[in-house]
Design a protein around this ligand. Sequence first.
Ligand code: ZN
Length: 322
Amino acid sequence: MEPIFLTPYFRPKIWGGRKLKTIFNYDIPDGQIGEAWVISGYKNDASTVASGQLKGQSLRTVYHEHPELFGQPKGEEFPLLVKFLDANDNLSVQVHPDDDYAHKVEHDRGKTESWYVLQADPGSYLIYGHKAKTRAELAQMIKKGEWDNLLRKVPVKAGDFFYVPAGTIHALTKGIMVIETQQSSDVTYRLYDYDRVDDQTGQKRELHTQKSIDVTTVPHVDPELDVKTTTEQDAVIKTLVAPPVSPHFYLWQIDLNGKWAATLNSHPYLLVTIIDGAGTLTADSQTYEISKGTNLIIPNQLKDFTFTGKMKIVISAPGNDE
Ligand code: ZN
């Protein structure tokens, strides 16, 4: 049994840049590339298996056809989505619905997401939450365009972590690069897009004012995060978020300097991204070279595996109900 190595799916964006090439050495298309969907089973935007017996198949297909690799999951769709985002300009100010609203209105999942910050220009901030006290006040401030009064700006630097539950108004801004771990969904409600016009279409992107007002949590509440750090052999493991605070996923960031013999530890499978450094992964008597930008899934059959090297790793697992 082999780990499932994945090739990203790239998305051009009005706010994208070239760092996915310059920092991660990905073979990206020309233009402003904002997103690499590095572990994705989402509809037509899935990543593809890079090697081995399943080479060339989309993760979506593999999840449908080989449920045994994922511990016989309940759901039909791969539940999580991991992306790199290169914000070469401000992203639209947006909010995502929760599962109930998204199922009813969009026939899709809700979207709770999270950001682990890889890079941030000095003085960077992002938009996280709002200052309205009631829904009526929120609606009024949005309709009048009182963005400076409404939006909360939070300073940001590399290594920061943000958990962004559905209903949280948020935006990345120029000069920030993150790895985003989220529910597999593409339902975004845009409140404000800086009145930008798309070069290609000559149009402003659509806003979703009423839906944004409907799904935003009012007043804003910061989630209570409790980041715990443990050490296993040569690995320092930070648990960034886990159920019940985050019902949809577990998320860890690991600093490895040496050797870490790990296990699935009762998770059905793990999503693994190397965000810095290089080394090897040994599983089922095979050793694989891995380095910054490598993405893979440890399937259900690989109960134990060993990382060796000097690396920063981000690992996630589905929540208990997926
Ligand atoms: Zn978002």
